[in-house]
Design a protein around this ligand. Structure first.
Ligand SMILES: [Zn+2]
Length: 446
């Protein structure tokens, strides 16, 4: 087991992500500077961000159902979560395999995941509510999966220090002895009696944590609690690796300072998803991100192939943007002086390109597909789009017109089967952060 602060890999850190990092850094300063009541302010500011969390679905209602319902409800229907949680508590979920190397056990309100490591041991994500549940559920589950001296429990990752996540930690310590690492964000470490191994909550950068050959990315997102953590976990479906986010959505905190932290954490969660090519999410409150629905789909279909947890990178980015919109709406609801930009997911679409010509064109849009032209959403005008043609230095650059369409002439004809990539590096104003995007297409044969 090795813990290397600051050793985060930077896979896929593109120029466009660097731009995003700059814009969000500027944003973070703005959020924490207690701005005077802005032009928006109050109810209008709340509504603007609730709308943001709809529009950034891009018209994908499944994303709205899974990711917006249990996040924007904090603003729109604050009693809903509590009203429905008793029923979820009462509905047990037996040990359920969700990937080649990942299982869930608990109930529909809260539970834990068991990850099989690259070297054949096990890692727990969260610990169930208390010692009795560890004895009744965790231990038999681990034993049924082959727990032994050759396949030991190698570590425990605790998402944050609330009792429904670390209530079983003392029993795990008793069962597995002093050498077991139970990782916890340092911000949540006071009054813990299970001797946690601390992840420094003051380190904003994602960090790599390698346990028994499996490397998990850990990111501190103080907000819900001071020690709250995101994990990016490599899981496998039919042997193919996918990076999934465990985290992202937690309960929105009531204190203004914490709500500001939560918003900053939601924005860094988006960056984490972008940097690590995350293709889906799972959560130890499984109903709050669609994990329950996914497990039911696996049960019904009798197969994990295709795996409903793998929703694709673009959709996971939209999910993270939805969470960010809800977090901004919540901050505006608890602090009427809030005036933060609207984040807009952008997309670039190609018409069918014609080979043996030099014309490259794509449309840059935000919001609910082509029909959403209200309140500043829809086509994005006046922005630079860069076209690259695979295997050629002869791309071109153009600025979008009022329909969001960028068109330019490459210096050579494009050929059948060549891959063309269009990239928008993102931009921001006081009102908007237009998120970066990139898309590729293959030139048809005819
Ligand atoms: Zn909690």
């Amino acid at each position: 087991m090795s813990y290397r602060p600051g050793a985060a890999r930077r896979v896929g850190l593109t120029a466009s992500m660097a731009v995003l990092a700059l814009t969000t850094a500027a944003l973070a300063v703005k959020v924490t500077s207690s701005p005077a009541l802005g032009a928006q302010g109050g109810e209008a500011e709340v509504q603007e961000h609730l709308d943001e969390a709809v529009k950034n679905s891009g018209g994908d209602l499944d994303l709205v159902n899974r990711y917006r319902t249990y996040s924007c409800d904090a603003v729109e229907d604050p009693e809903m979560y509590g009203r429905t949680s008793a029923e979820r508590h009462a509905t047990r979920v037996p040990l359920t395999q969700v990937f080649d190397d990942l299982w869930y056990i608990g109930d529909q309100y809260v539970g834990q995941y068991i990850l099989k490591t690259a070297n054949g041991g096990f890692v727990l994500i969260d610990t169930l509510n208390n010692s009795a549940e560890v004895t009744q559920y965790t231990m038999p589950a681990l034993e049924s999966l082959g727990l032994s001296t050759k396949r030991p429990l190698e570590g425990v990752l605790v998402s944050h220090g609330h009792g429904d996540h670390d209530g079983g930690a003392n029993q795990l310590r008793a069962n597995f002895g002093p050498d077991l690492d139970i990782y916890l964000g340092s911000g949540d470490s006071s009054r813990k009696t299970y001797n946690p191994t601390l992840i420094d909550s003051a380190i904003a950068e994602p960090q790599e944590l390698t346990i028994d050959g499996t490397t998990v990315v850990v990111q501190s997102i103080p907000g819900h609690t001071p020690g709250a953590l995101n994990f990016v976990v490599p899981v496998h479906q039919n042997g193919k690796r996918h990076m999934l986010l465990m985290g992202g959505r937690q309960g929105h905190p009531g204190a203004v300072a914490s709500a500001k932290g939560y918003l900053a954490g939601a924005e860094r969660t988006y960056q984490l998803v972008a940097e690590y090519g995350v293709e889906g999410t799972f959560l130890t409150h499984p109903t709050s991100d669609g994990s329950t629905v996914n497990m039911q789909a696996i049960e019904r279909a009798g197969t994990r192939d295709p795996n409903p947890f793998v929703i694709g990178h673009e959709r996971t980015l939209r999910a993270a943007a939805i969470w960010r919109g809800c977090a901004a709406a919540w901050l505006a609801a608890v602090d009427p002086t809030t005036d933060v930009p609207v984040w807009r997911v952008t997309s670039l679409t190609f018409p069918e390109l014609t080979s043996q010509t030099t014309t490259l064109t794509a449309q840059l849009e935000t919001g609910w597909g082509g029909v959403d032209r209200g309140a500043g959403w829809g086509p994005v005008a006046g922005q630079t789009v860069t076209f690259r043609v695979e295997g050629s230095r002869h791309g071109c650059t153009a600025v979008t017109n009022s329909d969001g369409v960028a068109t330019c002439e490459a210096t050579r004809k494009i050929l059948p089967q060549q891959k063309v990539t269009a990239t928008f590096e993102g931009n921001s104003t006081a009102e908007y952060v237009n998120l970066p995007t990139s898309t590729s297409t293959v030139v048809p044969t005819r």
